[in-house]
Design a protein around this ligand. Structure first.
Ligand code: IPE
Ligand code: IPE
Ligand code: MG
Length: 260
């Protein structure tokens, strides 16, 4: 075993002993362009290096026992970027899926995606469905990619589907509850995120998981995504473990509930 391997294992054991590991982590992977600019490189160089961060974070999440990792890879609004950047991002996505699916499979990772998948180029859709198919029986980490995704798009789609089902008589208006609404979201089978990380120091949500982030703990890292590696993830989890999640209650109630 390499020295790095054993150091990392020690850190992972400390993390697991230090408190609860968030079961769903959602990440806004931001700062690729600025990372490249800092090095006088084209923006695409930042996106390319960002794939290495994805690989490291996915592997580390699997090893520490995170159940689901949702990565914001491309927003609905990102379609409005210069056409050349959009097509480069799509090409990188196809390449990453081709290069990484074997490894995901071997690491017991199950790949899923949320977003307007129909709007992606055909070759991206094909690669995605191959990777979904290949990994669908895996039981380890669920790696969930948000692609052509936005929270407002998702809520609007859910509203349309619910209205359609009411019109067809499948559901009654009185049966529209928070849990019914959740079941119409693209995250229906996934618990809400426990921890949301945004890299590159920006303090905003940028249309990510608007419904699901209601009680998520937020962690902002100054590090640009291409530099964000497992040690930064561990810092975020350590910070999360120090928080008290009150869900609207007072601290004494939370402490009492923990003793039950
Ligand atoms: C995140 O990095 C990647 C995507 C949004 C696809 P950016 O490309 O937004 O990088 P910055 O924010 O311009 O530095
Ligand atoms: C959010 O980053 C979307 C992704 C990381 C895919 P953006 O770079 O698009 O967000 P803004 O424009 O800074 O809000
Ligand atoms: Mg950005």
């Amino acid at each position: 075993m390499t020295a790095r391997g054993s150091d990392d294992e020690v850190m992972q054991e400390e993390l697991k002993a230090g408190g609860a590991i968030p079961q769903h982590i959602a990440i806004i992977m931001d700062g690729n362009g600025r990372w490249a600019k800092q090095r006088a490189l084209p923006r695409v160089a930042g996106h390319r290096e960002g794939v290495n961060s994805v690989r490291d974070i996915v592997e580390a999440c699997g090893q520490v026992g995170v159940g689901c990792l949702t990565l914001y890879a491309f927003s609905t609004e990102n379609w409005k970027r210069p056409q050349q950047e959009v097509s480069t991002l799509m090409r990188l996505l196809v390449k990453a899926l081709r290069d990484e699916t074997d490894k995901l499979y071997k690491n017991n990772v199950r790949l899923t995606a949320i977003g307007e998948i129909d709007s992606l180029p055909r070759d991206v859709q094909r690669e995605l469905s191959d990777s979904f198919e290949r990994t669908k029986k895996n039981t380890g980490l669920n790696l969930n990619l948000a692609l052509s995704y936005s929270g407002r798009w998702e809520i609007t789609s859910a509203a349309k589907k619910i209205a359609g089902d009411v019109a067809k008589g499948k559901i009654e208006i009185d049966n529209i509850t928070e849990s019914l609404l959740s079941s119409y979201m693209s995250t229906a089978d996934i618990p809400d995120p426990d921890l949301m990380i945004r890299t590159s120091g920006e303090f905003r949500i940028s249309n990510f998981l608007l419904y699901q982030l209601a009680y998520t703990e937020i962690y902002i890292s100054k590090v640009y995504w291409p530099d964000f590696r497992r040690k930064h993830l561990y810092e975020a989890i350590r910070d999360y473990q120090k928080r008290e999640r009150r869900f609207g209650l007072v601290s004494e109630q939370v402490k009492h509930l923990q003793t039950l």
